[in-house]
Design a protein around this ligand. Sequence first.
Ligand SMILES: [Ca+2]
Ligand SMILES: [Ca+2]
Length: 262
Amino acid sequence: MKVMRWSLVLGVITVATQSFGVIIENFDSATLDSQWMFRAPGFSGSTSGNLEPDPNIGRVINMPLPPNPNGGSGRVYEASWSFKWDAPHNWVRLTTFNATGTPNPRIDFSQKLYFQMWTNAPIRVALGLREVPVDGAPGSNGGTSGAIEWVSGFDLRTDGQVFDPGGQLYAENQWHQVQINLQSIGLGTPQPGKVAGFTGNGILDSTGGYVLEHIAFTGVEGHSDYQVFLDNFAQSPTPEPMTMIGLGLGAAFLARKKKKRV
Ligand SMILES: [Ca+2]
Ligand SMILES: [Ca+2]
């Protein structure tokens, strides 16, 4: 009976690793209270002027309530900040710039990129992708040189030099699967609403690879105090990664539990 049960678990692990793709960071092995993968919200000089000095929280914490239904155990990254009411811009650059743990992580443009996010207030999300000179494995350190383009599935402001980046809108008080189909966005040509220049030319035309340089959070009018939780950054070639995350994490949890017992 016991043998059968573990065979079943191993079967799930096999299925999950075949379809799950690559986990870039799930924070479960990250140091508590550290600025792991991301810096604190106030770190970037490009947006620190948009924020009040306090709160400026960027840290790994144990999974808070409500738990992430897509991966119910382990640690997450928390970011908290407050937009200045009279600042001309209303966005924050949550950067991976030389952070500990998973700094400047490369992403594979041929796969979907996704992560889970909880927010206490409605928020718009775009990604800042750096065009780095050398490609490499997803999650590896791609360095800090190269222009940065904003990418979003929807509603990106077309002139990022003048406006806040904007991007897809997410509702408050729930976990979201943020998913960007990098393949469908298109390389080499302008993609209004999906690609905009931050320090780059507004076209995804890297001659090497791409790094997730930051998440660009744009505030929604009427809201200034933000708290977000981030978890399970991963890439997958499959169209439906949701189930696989649950299976993958469940299997990993069981496997770890078993290992401890031995
Ligand atoms: Ca986690
Ligand atoms: Ca470019």
